[in-house]
Write a protein that binds this ligand. Structure first.
Ligand SMILES: Nc1ncnc2c1ncn2[C@@H]1O[C@H](COP(=O)(O)OP(=O)(O)OP(=O)(O)O)[C@@H](O)[C@H]1O
Ligand SMILES: [Mg+2]
Length: 209
């Protein structure tokens, strides 16, 4: 039997600001992850356009899109994966190394950011030696290092207790203020929603106001 076709997003028109915190919420299966994967060019829509800083990313070739994504976006997927053989420090430094930052500078920047997220004591550990909340914070640090102009976080608090959720919310707010970047966050978590400049509610692939 063939699979049925799913329309994950339908007639979605969105204009996002250049800066601030945008929260996307809605029930499971609503299309939140699909929406942010589309915004970041990870998954292109079958119809429609996506403009980022005046560039329609649906028209870019594979190489240009990869370059554009690396320069413009930090993306933390719903289920982030750190590289198990590398330390937490090396994992967090990776995006800078991919952008040709010298190793020493990259590791120093990663060390500083890991201190900010409360993982200063865990830098030499491997990802499977830290707790779920610490793993999430390390993934967040890996996403925001290098201050990309657009930071996208898919459910950064989904597996966390209230205390860790609050820490993530504070961190998102502080880093957004520090960098002036646009943060797009999917969550149902009150502590993060309270920090939003713009709230978007999505249900069954459509935006509701
Ligand atoms: N790769 C895929 N192929 C086909 N359908 C998909 C795929 N990924 C998601 N979907 C479907 O698209 C719809 C939207 O899924 P999406 O993952 O965007 O929802 P979500 O709002 O992020 O949900 P959750 O809160 O559970 O993460 C769902 O019906 C889902 O089953
Ligand atoms: Mg999702």
């Amino acid at each position: 039997m063939g699979k049925s076709e799913i329309t994950a997003l339908d007639e979605v028109t969105l204009h996002l600001p250049d800066s601030g915190i945008v929260i996307i919420s809605g029930p499971s299966g609503a299309g939140k992850s699909t929406l942010i994967r589309s915004i970041s060019g990870l998954e292109l829509p079958s119809k429609g356009s996506i403009y980022v800083e005046g560039v329609d990313i649906t028209r870019l070739g594979a190489y240009e899109l990869a370059w554009f994504r690396r320069k413009k976006f930090g993306f933390k997927p719903q289920d982030p994966k750190l590289i198990p053989q590398l330390t937490i420090l090396e994992n967090v430094a990776l995006p800078l190394l991919f952008n040709y930052v010298p190793r020493k500078c990259a590791l120093e920047a990663a060390m500083e950011l890991l201190q900010d997220v409360g993982l200063g004591e865990r830098i030499m550990h491997k990802p499977d030696e830290v707790s779920g909340g610490e793993y999430e914070r390390a993934s967040l640090a890996q996403t925001i290092i290098g201050s990309p102009p657009i930071v996208i976080l898919d459910e950064p608090t989904a597996h966390l207790d209230p205390e860790n959720s609050r820490k993530i919310a504070e961190l998102v707010k502080a880093k957004q203020k520090e960098t002036g970047s646009l943060y797009i966050v999917t969550t149902l978590e009150d502590t993060i929603i309270r920090e939003a400049d713009l709230r978007i509610y999505i249900n069954k692939g459509r935006i509701e106001v």
